[in-house]
Structure formats: structure tokens, C-alpha cells
Design a protein around this ligand. Structure first.
Ligand SMILES: NC(=O)c1ccc[n+]([C@@H]2O[C@H](COP(=O)([O-])OP(=O)(O)OC[C@H]3O[C@@H](n4cnc5c(N)ncnc54)[C@H](OP(=O)(O)O)[C@@H]3O)[C@@H](O)[C@H]2O)c1
Length: 296
């Protein structure tokens, strides 16, 4: 992983952080690393005229906010981000559940309360001005509230997008679903399309949120997986353009991987991708997979 070697003078870490957040193309987990040459001992300082030059190495990680972090896909996204060297802000509804989901103190993991139905102002506070991107892995939980899918999967995601706009966060990854646009792709009689919309218009709620993101101007990747499985990945990822896949399944581990890889591949920008896995599919690199999808 190449980290730019920067010399800085009369500037601060946060200035650099903000500059990189807004002006750099997608980067690996480490946003920047600053190394200053030093002489002999660990905390040595060196006199240069009247100036004291302290020689330190500081690595600033990219921080990713994950909404729905205690969910089945959300927790996998958090784990994979941490494994790849990102710092993570895990947005959760239930702090006690989060303690069980993420036991042990990882210094790169911060847990913050974030209910997406509570509006964009509160969400902006949770995301904070140090997040470089937002990944949304929320999904309504079954309840007697028939409007829950609309509140979470549509308005909740819209609230997250609005929070990003307030903060100037310009990267948004959404876990959506295949068949969200089933009616337009001739799948109105597909049992999955009928079933999911019968319970609170789930797919239509997600499609509305997708459309909001696409008009927002924010750099997005909308990931539409097929049916989600908890078992480890089998086969290889198949990635298709929007409104293509109407069946198939995929491991949540694979979905998390696609979400994390979307952050580091510029080919994923402003795209909607549909994914399933198949045992007979060839293995392709993520760069190749994302590049094969056209922006619309
Ligand atoms: N199931 C499938 O086969 C399938 C297929 C395609 C796409 N999808 C979509 O993929 C996404 C991930 O699915 P999944 O099964 O991994 O999700 P999941 O396990 O049901 O997790 C959903 C997460 O959303 C959180 N959440 C619910 N309401 C919230 C709110 N108001 N504010 C903040 N967070 C909230 C939940 O919080 P708690 O942890 O506190 O409950 C949970 O962490 C969902 O959008 C789902 O619709 C699912």
C-alpha cells in the first residue's frame, strides 16, 4: 500500500486531512503518512538555526462511518474495514448490542449512536467532521409498524445523504437489493418482488432512496445484492448493471467485500451494481468487475 510521503510546513494535520478528504481520488485505508527524518534517539530533536524540528511519523487513517453496523452485513463491513486498515465509526441503534457485536477494544473502532429515523442533524453529529465516507447497511426490522420500511429504507437513507451534504462527505455506499426496480424490468409478477413489497413496499422504499442518492451529487456506489446468506462465500462474484439480475444469492461476506473494495476503486464511482455469486463464474479482480459496469 503506497502512502504518500509528505513534507509539511506551517500547516496542521486537520488541514491536510480536510484537503485530502475533498480533493484526493479514492485511496487505500491510509489517508496519508507523514515522515520526518530524524537523527539518533527515539524522541530526538534537531536544532536548525533557531528552529527546533521534531521528527515524527504520523499515519492518518481514512475514517468510514457505517450505518447499521450491528446488522448481519454491517458487522462484516466493519470487520473488513478494520482488517484493511481503515478507522471505523460504527453507527448503531443499540449501544449494548454493539458491545456484544464488537467485543474487545480496537483503537480504530469507535461506536456511536445513530438511528437513521431521527433526522439528518443528529446523524451529522454522529458521522462527525472526520468521516471520509459513509456506508449504509441498514434495513428495517420486522415490527407491527407497516411504515417501518419506508421510515428506515427510504427516509432513513435520505437522512444519511442529507447529513453527508451538511458535512461535505462526498462518498456514499448503499447496500440496496436486486429487484428494487422490478416493475420496470418486467418482474412485477416475480414472487420475491410481490412478497417484499407486500410487507411495507420494501423494494419501492429502497428504490426511492436510491433515486435520492443519484440526484444528490454525492459520489455513490449502490450495491444491489441478491438473497443474502450468512455462510462463507462460495463461488465467485458476478457483477451486472442495474435492472439485470432477478434471482441468485450471495454471502454477506462477499457483499461486505464489494462495499469495502468500492471505496478504493475509482471505477466504482457513480455506479449501481447488482451482485450474486456463482460457482461457475470466473474469478475477476474488483477493478475489472467495477470497470465492466457503465455509469448511467
Ligand atoms: N435479506 C436478504 O436476503 C436481502 C437481500 C438483498 C438485500 N438486502 C438488504 O441488505 C441490507 C442488509 O441486510 P441484512 O440482512 O444484513 O440486515 P440486518 O441484519 O437486518 O441489519 C439491518 C441493520 O439495520 C439496523 N437498523 C434498523 N433500523 C434502524 C434505524 N432506524 N436506524 C439505524 N439502524 C437501523 C439494524 O439495527 P439493530 O442491529 O439495532 O437491529 C441492523 O443493524 C438491508 O438493507 C437489506 O434490506 C437483504
Amino acid at each position: 500500500m503506497a502512502s504518500p510521503l509528505l513534507l509539511f510546513r506551517n500547516t496542521t494535520l486537520s488541514t491536510l486531512h480536510n484537503h485530502y478528504r475533498h480533493h484526493r481520488p479514492p485511496l487505500p485505508a491510509v489517508l496519508f503518512s507523514i515522515k520526518r527524518r530524524r537523527s539518533h534517539s527515539l524522541y530526538s530533536t534537531q536544532m536548525e538555526g533557531s528552529e527546533i524540528t521534531e521528527e515524527v511519523e504520523v499515519t492518518v487513517k481514512k475514517t468510514i462511518f457505517v450505518a447499521g453496523a450491528t446488522g448481519n452485513t454491517g458487522k462484516r463491513i466493519v470487520e473488513q474495514l478494520l482488517a484493511k486498515g481503515f478507522a471505523v465509526k460504527a453507527g448503531v441503534r443499540d449501544l449494548d448490542k454493539a458491545k456484544t457485536t464488537f467485543p474487545g477494544g480496537n483503537p480504530s473502532l469507535q461506536i456511536v449512536k445513530a438511528d437513521v429515523t431521527e433526522g439528518s442533524v443528529k446523524l451529522a453529529e454522529a458521522i462527525g467532521d472526520d468521516s471520509d465516507a459513509v456506508i449504509c447497511a441498514t434495513g428495517f426490522q420486522r415490527s407491527w409498524d407497516l411504515l417501518a420500511p419506508w421510515k428506515v429504507d427510504n427516509f432513513g437513507t435520505v437522512n444519511l445523504v442529507e447529513a453527508c451534504r451538511k458535512l461535505g462527505v462526498n462518498r456514499f455506499i448503499l447496500i440496496s437489493s436486486i429487484l428494487v426496480n422490478g416493475a420496470a424490468m418486467g418482474q412485477i409478477l416475480n414472487p420475491a418482488y410481490i412478497f417484499l413489497n407486500a410487507f411495507g413496499l420494501i423494494l419501492i422504499a429502497k428504490l426511492q432512496a436510491e433515486q435520492y442518492i443519484r440526484k444528490s451529487g454525492i459520489n455513490y456506489t449502490i450495491i444491489r445484492p441478491g438473497g443474502l446468506r450468512n455462510d462463507p462465500p462460495t463461488g465467485n462474484i458476478v457483477m451486472e448493471p442495474e435492472d439485470t439480475l432477478s434471482e441468485g444469492t450471495i454471502s454477506r461476506d462477499h457483499v461486505a467485500e464489494v462495499a469495502v473494495e468500492a471505496l478504493v476503486h475509482p471505477e466504482a464511482s457513480y455506479k449501481v451494481v447488482e451482485i450474486v455469486s456463482r460457482t461457475d463464474a470466473p474469478k475477476r479482480s474488483f477493478k475489472d468487475l467495477f470497470a465492466s459496469i457503465k455509469q448511467r
